[in-house]
Design a protein around this ligand. Structure first.
Ligand code: GLU
Length: 354
C-alpha cells in the first residue's frame, strides 16, 4: 500500500509534501511525485525510485505553490517508471490515487473516443480525464468530481487539485483509508495520521464512500449519495515518536525489535497485572457457545493466524480452519451457525480480507 498526501498551505508546500511522503515510506513504493498549483497552473515533479531522487529533482527544478498533492506509488497498472508515476494530470486537473480503478479500460476507451489523449499505462489516468471531461462540459470542479466518482468502480483513495483553484482540494475514499488533518489556516490530507503527525494531531477519518471538499477555512464531507455528513474530529496519537526510525537502520528492523513492547502495550488493555486476571471486554458473543473458528488473513497476518490456530486448538479445544483471504473470497467454505470468524489484517486494510 502506497501513500497519498496533500497540503493547502500558507507557504510553499513542496518540502512538507516530501517530508510527509517520507513518513509513509514504510508502506513501500517504487516511485514518487508531487504537483502544485503554481500561479494558477498545475506543475509536477516526479522520479523513479527513492524519495531522494524526487528531492534532487526539486532542487534543480523547485516548485513554490502553496497548494499541492504528493504520492508514493506501488505500481499495479503500468511499469514503475517516471512516466507512470503520480500525480497524473491534464492542464485542468491533477490526481494522486491509491488502489485500483477496476473499470479503467472501459473509461479509457470511452474517453479516448471523445478525444482525450492518454500518456500513461495507469488506471489512474482515467480518473484525470474523466474529471477533465466533466469540466470541459461545463461542470465546476466539485460537480465534476462528484459526477466522476459515480462512474468509478474499484477500491481507491484520491487526492485532486485544480488549475486556477489555489484554495481547493478534493479527497475521496472508497476502500483505501484517508485522513484529513486540520491546521491553523491550513488543511492536510494523508493516507494515515502518521503522515500528518508533524503538522497536526486534529484528524478526521473519511468513512467508506465519503468524499471531501477541502479549503483552508474548513472541510465539507459528503457520503456516496452526495449528502453532507459530519465525521468526528479526533485527536490523533500518531506522535512523531511512533514513526522515527530511532537507532534502527530500517523500519523493518525497528518493527521487529519493537514487537515485545508493542505486544505488551496491546495485552495491557486486557490484563489486570495487579490482580493477575484477564479482563476480556464484552464482545456481544457468548464465547462458550462457539463450535468452531475460521480465520481469514493474507501474508504475514496469515502466519499470525496459523499461530492463532495452534493456540486456540490447544487451549480452547476448538477446531480451527485458516484460509488465505484471497482464496476464501472465491471458495464456498461451509460456515455453519455457531462458528466464529476472525479476520486478521496487519496493514489495517487488506482488500481481500475486507
Ligand atoms: N493503480 C495505480 C497505479 O498503478 C495506483 C497504485 C498505487 O496505489 O500506488 O498507478
Amino acid at each position: 500500500m502506497c501513500g497519498i498526501v496533500g497540503i493547502l498551505g500558507s507557504k510553499p508546500v513542496a518540502t512538507d509534501l516530501v517530508d510527509a511522503l517520507r513518513r509513509l515510506e514504510y508502506r513501500g513504493y517504487d516511485s514518487a511525485g508531487i504537483a502544485t498549483v503554481e500561479n494558477g497552473h498545475l506543475e509536477r515533479r516526479r522520479a523513479e525510485g527513492k524519495l531522494r531522487n524526487l528531492e534532487t529533482r526539486l532542487l534543480s527544478e523547485p516548485l513554490s505553490g502553496h497548494t499541492g498533492i504528493g504520492h508514493t506509488r506501488w505500481a499495479t497498472h503500468g511499469r514503475p517508471t517516471e512516466r507512470n508515476a503520480h500525480p497524473h494530470m491534464t492542464a485542468a486537473v491533477s490526481v494522486v490515487h491509491n488502489g485500483i480503478i477496476e473499470n479503467f479500460r472501459e473509461l479509457r476507451t470511452e474517453l479516448s473516443a471523445k478525444g482525450h489523449t492518454f500518456e500513461t499505462d495507469t488506471d489512474t489516468e482515467a480518473v484525470v480525464h474523466l474529471v477533465t471531461d466533466e469540466m470541459q462540459r461545463g461542470a465546476g470542479p466539485v460537480d465534476a468530481v462528484k459526477a466522476a466518482l459515480g462512474k468509478l468502480r474499484g477500491a481507491f483513495a484520491l487526492g485532486i487539485i485544480f488549475a486556477g483553484e489555489d484554495d481547493l482540494m478534493i479527497a475521496a475514499r472508497q476502500g483505501s483509508p484517508l485522513a484529513i488533518g486540520h491546521g491553523r489556516g491550513e488543511m492536510y490530507l494523508g493516507s494515515d495520521a502518521i503522515a500528518l503527525a508533524p503538522f497536526t494531531d486534529a484528524i478526521t477519518y473519511l468513512e467508506e464512500g465519503d468524499w471531501a471538499v477541502m479549503r483552508r477555512a474548513g472541510v465539507n464531507v459528503f457520503n456516496r449519495d452526495g449528502e453532507a455528513v459530519t465525521r468526528p474530529q479526533i485527536k490523533s496519537i500518531a506522535s512523531s515518536l511512533l514513526v522515527d526510525k530511532g537507532n534502527h537502520r530500517h523500519f523493518m528492523a525497528k518493527e521487529i525489535h519493537e514487537q515485545p513492547e508493542v505486544i505488551s502495550h496491546t495485552l495491557a488493555n486486557y490484563l489486570d497485572m495487579a490482580n493477575a486476571r484477564v479482563t476480556i471486554p464484552d464482545l456481544g458473543v457468548d464465547l462458550a457457545k462457539i463450535s468452531r473458528v475460521t480465520i481469514s488473513a493474507c501474508g504475514t497476518a496469515y502466519y499470525a493466524g496459523l499461530v492463532g490456530k495452534y493456540w486456540i486448538e490447544r487451549y480452547a479445544r476448538l477446531p480451527v480452519e485458516i484460509d488465505v483471504a484471497s482464496e476464501m473470497r472465491y471458495r464456498e467454505a461451509p460456515l455453519p451457525e455457531g462458528g466464529l470468524a476472525l479476520f486478521v489484517s496487519q496493514s489495517g486494510e487488506t482488500a481481500d480480507t475486507l
